[in-house]
Design a protein around this ligand. Structure first.
Ligand SMILES: *Cc1c(COP(=O)(O)O)cnc(C)c1O
Length: 385
């Protein structure tokens, strides 16, 4: 039977519906309702309240990070993380060519310039070999910092992204970053519940950023979190994201140009409710990934599996089509039948605002961009799958 029709039939059967099947839909229950109602009744809906602290503690405990600071969204978390790691106006920041646009936008809006490097064929995170090659060609160590040879911009950070929840090759990336004295900040927006050799993604670099947008594995409506390696760094980021106000009973004194990036208590309440479901979601996502793997075994479509020694959250399932024509055919047929599938993001250097950015050679990213399709990935926890 045709694998495309098999995919449509499988999702209809799996989700037990003839309605439109989205890529990822959030689910809420009593835990969320109670926490949100409790927040309304307390009137502490805004930037102060117990759910913010509770949510931060829960994330910190779950990920094993020394610190966690809740923010208004994942983009803000990444901005605060990059700022805390020392990135400043005029710097160059290296990231991967295949990512959601927020990664590059944050770099751009800091007055820094993104530079794009290729991804690994396994997991589609930033490739350590490609990073090393890029730095061999463009990097220069001076006074314990790394500079771009011709533009003389300081290379302020390297930002890998754990694509679809699959951990990037952190050992390799950390090795290259240490050699070149460049801070490493993880865009872990998609990878809550993903582990690299027993370490949670976002806790291996200098900082990590999570997102709780509506389409992520758990949601706070909008929200994000900075993960830090030390309690001191947590205080630094908390200070930075809360207008850098020096604690005082009534005086307003701010000791640096801070951000107002704090997550409202109302959103944190939703997050605390969602945390009660995270382990069920992870189980359900893994079960669904196994179904997809079996479905595409022996076909010309290759299911995207977690890299070796990693445990992925399988946030967004994907397959690699044999070529662009097959991909386009699959996209048309499935979407016409109300089963949502989607191509991966445009590579960053193909977007008008980033077309002139410096980049390495991008063979893997170019291949992936033409062939990847993401599949319906909502976790099924209410019915037996
Ligand atoms: C979702 C996402 C972000 C941004 O998170 P928001 O909460 O939507 O601001 C950043 N990077 C990647 C890779 C993402 O998938």
């Amino acid at each position: 039977m045709d694998p495309i029709q098999q995919l449509v039939d499988f999702t209809r059967h799996y989700y037990q519906t003839n309605d439109f099947i989205p890529l990822h839909a959030p689910q809420f229950g009593d835990a969320e309702k109670q926490a949100v109602m409790d927040t309304l009744e307390s009137t502490f809906v805004s930037s102060v309240g117990r759910y913010v602290d509770e949510f931060e503690q829960q994330i910190s405990q779950f990920t094993g990070s020394a610190g966690a600071v809740a923010t208004v969204n994942g983009t803000a978390a990444l901005h605060a993380a990059l700022y805390a790691s020392g990135v400043r106006q005029g710097d160059m920041v290296i990231t991967q060519a295949l990512s959601f646009v927020a990664t590059a936008n944050v770099i751009h809006h800091m007055g820094a310039t993104p530079a794009f490097v290729d991804i690994s064929p396994s997991g589609f995170g930033l490739c350590p070999d490609a990073l090393a090659a890029f730095l061999d060609e463009h990097g220069q160590l001076r006074d314990g910092a790394c500079y771009h040879k011709t533009s003389h911009q300081r290379i302020g950070a390297v930002v890998p992204m754990h694509t679809f929840g699959h951990p990037a090759d952190m050992d390799g990336l950390l090795r290259v970053c240490q050699q070149w004295h460049i801070p490493l900040v993880e865009d872990a927006a998609e990878s809550l519940g993903s582990w690299y050799q027993g370490h949670h993604t976002g806790t291996l670099g200098d900082f990590g950023a999570l997102s709780f947008n509506g389409n992520k594995i758990i949601t706070t409506g909008g929200g994000g979190m900075v993960l830090t390696r030390t309690a001191g760094a947590q205080q630094q980021v908390k200070h930075l994201t809360t207008t850098a106000k020096v604690p005082h009973p009534y005086e307003f004194f701010h000791d640096q140009a801070g951000f107002n990036y704090r997550m409202p208590n109302l959103n944190a309440a939703l997050g605390c409710g969602q945390m009660t479901r995270l382990n069920d979601y992870l189980k359900a996502k893994r079960a669904l990934a196994e179904h997809y793997q079996q479905l595409f075994a022996g076909t010309e479509y290759q299911f995207i599996q977690e890299p070796e020694n990693c445990r992925s959250n399988y946030w967004l399932n994907g397959i690699i089509c044999p070529d662009k024509a097959c991909r386009d055919k699959l996209l048309t047929i499935t979407n016409d039948q109300g089963v949502m599938t989607r191509p991966v993001w445009q590579l960053m250097h193909r977007l008008p605002m980033y077309q002139d950015c410096i980049r390495g050679t991008l063979p893997t990213a170019e291949r992936a961009a033409e062939r990847i399709v993401n599949l319906p990935s909502s976790p099924l926890t209410t019915k037996e799958a």
